[in-house]
Design a protein around this ligand. Sequence first.
Ligand code: CIR
Length: 264
Amino acid sequence: MTALARSWAIVRAVPASFERALRAGPPEPLDVGQARAQHAAYVAALARCGVEIGAVAADEACPDCCFVEDAAVLVGDAALITRPGAPSRRAEVEPVAAALAGRVDILRMEAPATLDGGDCLRAGRTFYVGLSARTNRAGIERLAEIAAPRGLAVVPVRLPAGVLHLKSVCSPLTEDTVLLAEGSIPPATFAGARAILVPAREGFAANAVALGDIALVAAGAPAAERLVEAAGLRALPIDTSELRKADGALTCLSIVGGLGGQFR
Ligand code: CIR
């Protein structure tokens, strides 16, 4: 496994209250034990890739707290602590800010701004940011304010109804390529990056965690695995099907920093 020197990831455990996590889909019961086992396997895979793990304890008052990506966005040497769009998720951010504090500068956003990290995709020097039910214009403007002095551009992306976050349908694979679920949003959205189209039947696998020359890819998506490998990365299948029932994809479960040329 390739060692990713100096890279680290903030992750957060699955609470017992996960059975009450927010979700758009049918209310089939969530199996907390299964979600915990899948989360543990995901964290172990990150560690096997050489990523140092910073673990934050679960908070039973926050059923969605394992989806740590939504609580902060890394912007170069800083982290923008978000104000999540779902009011039930706002208490998630402080422990995540504390975990990030020793690693990067901490910057804040104020009401009425809202932003979820799942809406923010960085490819090269550009952040593409979903304008969604969770992220509003004021949230995007705050991110742009922080990104501009760091030489990063921000491009808003209006999302179709029914798409929770921008990264529900895509994710960065390298500095200049993104995986994109076919039929979700136009490939031309990413002016500075090439979109690699994942067949719609495997749309859930368009969200992968790229770590240098390895990518964690949702299990059960052979076409997506082949596309990732054709792009020159090794695909490592990870089953997070139980977490997906609560609308969580692979990137949602970590905030990864220290990668040479951060592109998440
Ligand atoms: C929510 O609805 O907020 C959570 N159940 C799922 C959040 C997934 N996070 C992400 O895509 N970054």
